[in-house]
Design a protein around this ligand. Structure first.
Ligand code: FMN
Length: 187
């Protein structure tokens, strides 16, 4: 298959659509973020790349805490709004109702089915963005999004971000850590 070199860029095929919650100047602020993933299993850690100019960065730097909130597809308007507007220009504290968990300075969005409460473990200055690696202090989940006590993606209905657009989750194609057992060596 012919390959075309497209040049270096921060590409990932698909990304989650999340809301970074931070307390800025005494108020909750929510910022849309797609540049986020898992960083470690034990202890559990996640990470998010935040542009240094974001209002959100002010709150994370001050409190050393943040939250990653998982919006559902029906919250796409509010979610995109938080990525279009900066808290430095407009108060975003009422876009979602906020509650607080163990950390008293990481606002959690009540309407989002899953809330990941984080304490900053490390922050890495990467250039335009700071990569905040957060130790997960608690996961808060809507009871309605659990099946047998576990988070269920079909109930959460998270938003996928790719190619400047939002997508829902498609069909399961196979079971992970299982499909590979069908592999047969190519000769
Ligand atoms: C889909 C989407 C994904 C985004 N992902 C990120 C991201 O990962 N990191 C980031 O710094 N900004 C990201 N942004 C931009 C911020 O959300 C946007 O600049 C926002 O207004 C910043 O809010 P704040 O200034 O209140 O922190 C994204 C925006 C959208 C719409």
């Amino acid at each position: 298959m012919e390959k075309i070199a497209l040049g270096p860029m921060p590409y990932m095929s698909v990304m989650p659509t999340l809301l970074v919650g931070a307390s800025v100047k005494g108020k909750p602020n929510y910022m849309t973020a797609a540049w986020a993933t898992v960083a470690c299993m034990a202890p559990p850690m996640v990470c998010v790349a935040v542009n240094k100019g974001r209002f959100t960065a002010v709150g994370i730097e001050k409190n050393r805490t943040f939250s990653l909130n998982v919006p559902a597809v029906h919250q796409v308007i509010e979610t995109d709004h938080c990525g279009l507007v900066s808290g430095s220009n407009e108060d975003k504290s009422t876009v979602f109702h906020s509650f607080y968990g163990n950390l008293k300075t990481a606002p959690l969005a009540q309407e989002c089915p899953v809330n990941i409460e984080c304490r900053v473990f490390r922050s890495v200055d990467c250039g335009s963005h700071t990569l905040y690696i957060g130790e997960v202090v608690e996961i808060h989940a809507d009871r309605s999004c659990l099946t047998d006590g576990k988070l269920d993606i079909e109930k959460i209905k998270p938003i996928i971000y790719a190619q400047y657009a939002y997508y829902g989750v498609g069909n399961q194609v196979e079971k992970a850590f299982f499909a590979g057992k069908k592999y047969t060596r190519k000769v």
